[in-house]
Design a protein around this ligand. Structure first.
Ligand code: SAH
Ligand code: SF4
Ligand code: F3S
Length: 429
């Protein structure tokens, strides 16, 4: 019998990338192999994102092409998974009847039944309260770094955001499962773990909160670096900062999404902090962990954002001196209350504000990278290229090294050149 092949395309965040590793894990355990040619595949999967309209458009244009593969070969099964599948549901099948299955993020375990053809439903969107208790097989392609889920869903309901409606209620994975998985990863030679959750700070399994979980992971031999995304500023505790300071394996980097510098807008966003409260946490982080790099997310053009509010975001960026940002134009999303707020900002103003934010941050990022010139950094080698290797500093800066190092090696490097988006280094003998 011919080996069955799967083509999978993933959109969106690390959580979705990791879900795709699980989908592939299930399929490989059923004898599938992966192909990068959708025309050859027995199953085509789109693991989709709904965070902004653009993300959805990208997937819809990809899906359009699949219709023709399906006409040529009606046996191909087309599966739409992920956040856009969850939010659009049966509308998608109405619009595109060639889709065979729609499965939301809580139902990826059902892939097994789909390939066994033992499922009588085409639309799988119901809440699966126990997804965090399952141990699904995972096909990780990276040999050095691994993603590990610690918390599913989100209870925060920021008014612009679709995620609480696509990934459901917050559920923490049992600590013993997480620790077992990481021990296993270390035995397989992994050096770095990134703990995943929409808000890792609200992790809790009985007495074990996020700092305690980190302290336990810090004791696992073989793992050299611990990272996590994402931290909601309102839940970033002093205890977590001290744990970061005192646990040698936790890297000196935090992604701490600010969203806006205006307290009025933060309130409309339901973020539950003011800029001053946010900045106090930034200061506490820097006091305790002097070399920490801090990155953030910014939304421009949220409803009712005036020039004055926007100026506050600009001032917040100047004051905070982030190492990097992701900036987005506000995009109205289904179910997100802000989509119906009065005072929607026009597209032209959003574009102008985005350009200004990016221009300012480019200067700041470049200046912050210059500080690395001639410093000695520990680099974990993550990738080999024709010119040498690429790795990261503990602060998450990309460093290129002309050398023949092995993947997974930790080396001391002197930074010889700095650019806006990367650094260059030479190995210290
Ligand atoms: N749970 C994480 C990630 C959320 S999505 C967190 O809370 O940070 C990543 C980023 O996308 C958000 O931080 C926000 O800046 C942006 N985003 C979310 N919804 C958006 C929308 N409707 N329009 C524009 N940007 C959005
Ligand atoms: Fe969305 Fe806010 Fe939850 Fe992040 S914390 S996933 S931005 S609702
Ligand atoms: Fe991630 Fe996009 Fe869903 S950012 S959580 S895949 S909406």
């Amino acid at each position: 019998m011919k080996v069955r092949e799967v083509y999978i395309k993933t959109f969106g965040c690390q959580m979705n990338e990791h879900d795709s590793e699980k989908i592939l894990g299930i399929l490989f355990s059923k004898g599938f192999i992966e192909t990068d040619d959708p025309k050859k595949a027995d199953i085509i999967i789109f693991n989709t994102c709904a965070i902004r309209e653009k993300a959805e458009q990208k997937f819809l244009s990809n899906l359009g092409k699949v219709k023709f593969y399906k006409i040529k070969n009606p046996k191909i099964k087309v599966i739409v998974a992920g956040c856009s599948a969850q939010i659009q549901g049966k509308n998608l099948i109405h619009k595109m009847p060639f889709i065979d299955y729609i499965i939301g993020p809580d139902n990826i375990d059902k892939i097994e039944k789909i390939v066994e053809e033992s499922l009588d439903k085409r639309i799988l969107l119901e809440e699966n309260a126990n997804i965090h208790l399952l141990s699904l097989p995972i096909l990780r392609k990276d040999r050095v770094k691994a993603w590990v889920n610690i918390i599913y869903g989100c209870n925060n309901f920021c008014t612009y955001c679709v995620v609480p409606y696509t990934r459901g209620k917050e559920r923490s994975r049992p600590a013993n499962m997480i620790l077992e998985e990481i021990k296993h990863l270390s035995e397989k030679g992994y050096k770095e773990v990134t703990l995943l959750g929409q808000n890792v700070n609200s992790y809790r399994d009985g007495e074990i909160d996020f700092p305690i979980l980190l302290q336990r992971i810090n004791l696992i031999q073989g793992i050299e670096r611990i990272r996590f995304v994402t931290s909601h500023p309102k839940d970033l505790s002093e205890n977590l900062i001290k744990t970061m300071r005192d646990s040698p394996k936790i890297c000196e980097h935090i992604h701490l999404p600010l969203q806006s510098g205006s307290d009025k807008i933060l309130k409309l966003m339901n973020r539950k902090y003011t800029f001053n409260e946010y900045f106090d946490k930034v200061s506490l982080l820097r006091e305790n962990i002097p070399n920490i790099s801090i990155t953030t997310d910014i939304i421009v053009g949220f409803p009712q954002e005036t020039d004055e509010d926007f100026e506050k975001t600009i001032n917040a960026l100047k004051k905070s001196q982030f190492d990097g940002i992701f900036a987005f134009k506000f995009s109205p999303r289904p179910k997100a209350p802000a989509s119906n707020y009065r005072g929607q900002v026009d597209e032209y103003t959003k574009s102008e504000r985005l350009t200004e934010v990016l221009r300012l941050q480019d200067e700041i990022t470049e200046k912050n990278n210059k500080i690395y010139q001639d410093t000695v950094q520990e680099i974990l080698v993550e990738e080999r290229t024709e010119e040498g290797v690429i790795g990261r500093t503990r602060s998450n800066k990309i460093v290129k090294i002309k050398s023949n190092l092995e993947l997974g090696q930790l080396v001391k490097v002197k930074i010889s050149k700095t650019y806006r988006h990367s650094l260059e280094g030479e190995i210290l003998q």
